[in-house]
Each structure stands twice: as structure tokens, then as C-alpha cells.
Design a protein around this ligand. Sequence first.
Ligand code: ZN
Length: 309
Amino acid sequence: MDINGLHHITAIASDPRKNFEFYTRVLGLRFVKKSVNQDDPGTYHLYYGDYAGSPGTILTFFPWIGMRRGRPGTGQAWATGYSIPATALEYWIKRLNDLDIATEPVAERFGDKVLTLFDPDGLRLELVATAEPDPREPAPSTDVPREHAIRGFHSSTLGLTDASATARTLTATMGYREIATASHRTRYAVGQGGPGTYVDLLTDPNLPRGLSGAGTIHHVAFSTADDDTQLVAHREIDASGLDVSPIIDRAYFKSIYYREPGGVLFEIATDQPGFAIDEPVESLGTKLGLPPRLEPYREQIEAALPKLN
Ligand code: ZN
């Protein structure tokens, strides 16, 4: 099947305003789409990414107000890595320190330096200061200078008790290849490789069993070009013996879902049609995006949602 890399990653939050402030102002990402949870339209679905909301840059949240914290661990995506230039590390250490954002000491990983930080719900994020070329244009930001800005995702790290079956799904079914391994971590790449394609499998015995809640990842979505390549992916996931959902229209992309053998919920999402179908690229994130069946209730839905800024 044709997987290009990561598409989006969706996490759970507890306060939409703090979430909005953190991702747009602290990290300098663009607010790409304001929508609602299609199964729970009283709750936002918030999307942050680059200028156009390109696949491989989009972190999305379901911010359920007052949601209890989860516990990151095995059976979940453990960490979400963002790509920054190798020269931007000092800038970010100082910036996060000045803003009182919780961080961990810089670690070394496969030749890159990794700065771990936590969002207001304790979601584990990594700024991977990489010397690998990453030509992606960052989101324009008044808070973060272009030369230091986040380029998009670097990697998703999955926490697992045993990586072997997950590795088989990645390599035998999804087209990934193993490219590096050290201690409890093995890295896989797909397609052209490079930042934005990596999946790391982590089998650190110190990881607790993950529990869903605020500050944890709900699912990891992989990019495929269009309806045709998604049909192929659907057929091949099904043939591999995993239980895969029907194709679901999410307005900005079409999706299929399946749980990989290690317990992490995967999605394969189409790059088409993208986020500019219901508002122009220049003003992404300003109009509440609603699926057609909820459009008649726009006024009530908007009135019930908290203001973001
Ligand atoms: Zn998704």
C-alpha cells in the first residue's frame, strides 16, 4: 500500500482555551481548523499545523472540559516528535524555560538532540533538533522566528510491551522499513523517509500500562494520497487479519481505522480534499467547520462552545 508518512495525530485535552494558547502562541503553530467532535458536537475538534494544514503537520485535539488526566504508557502513542532545525535547540530551551513550560534534560537519539516538553495536560511532546534536511516551510508566527520554527512532525513513538507484532504490521502490511535501533527503541521509515515519516517502537520495561484521558494520544493517522490508494490500503489491512472500519468521510479527508496488534489505534487518512474545502487557506481556523448534517444547528452549536481567545 502507498503510505507517505504521518498525516495527523489526535490527542485528548481538558481545556480548549489553554490548549489553543499553548499550540498557537507557545509552539507557534497555525490554528488550521475549528470544528466539532462529530459524535459530540458540544465539544470542539481543534487542529494545529502549518499554513495550509499539510499532512504530516497536523496535531488535533478533543478538548473535553474537565476531562480527567490519563496515563501515558504502553498500548498508546507515547510521544509526538516535532522537527526543528539543529540550530534551533538553544532558542527553544530558553523559550520554554522563560515561559515556565515543563521540560526534561536534552537527550541524544540516533544522532539528533531531543528536547522533551509537556503541554498543559501533560501530553509528551518532543522537539527533535535534527541535522537531516527538512525543507518543509513552517507556519508563519508572530511568536516564533521562522529560522527556529517547527517544520512539522518528526516522529510518533509508540509505547509497547512487545514490539514484534506491531513491527510486522508496519513492515509486512504498511510498507515501513526498519532503519535504526538502539536500546529499547527501533525506528521505521516509509516512502521517501525523513522527518514526518518516522515511527519509533519503544519497549522500555519502565513504561506503565497506558490509560486513556487528558494528556494522552487517541490515535495516529497515516497519509495516503487519495480514494484509490485508500481502497488498496483498506483491502490490505483487511487481508492482514486486522479488524478495519469502513471508509468514513471526515469532510477534510476520508479515514479508515484499525487497532494495531500492540493496542494503538491507527488511521489511514487521504491527503485529499484538505482543509480549504469550507474556508479559504488565508482564513483557515476562523469559521466553525460543521458537517452538512449539523449545519442546521450552527447557531445553537456556536453558542454552546466556549470562546477560544
Ligand atoms: Zn484522525
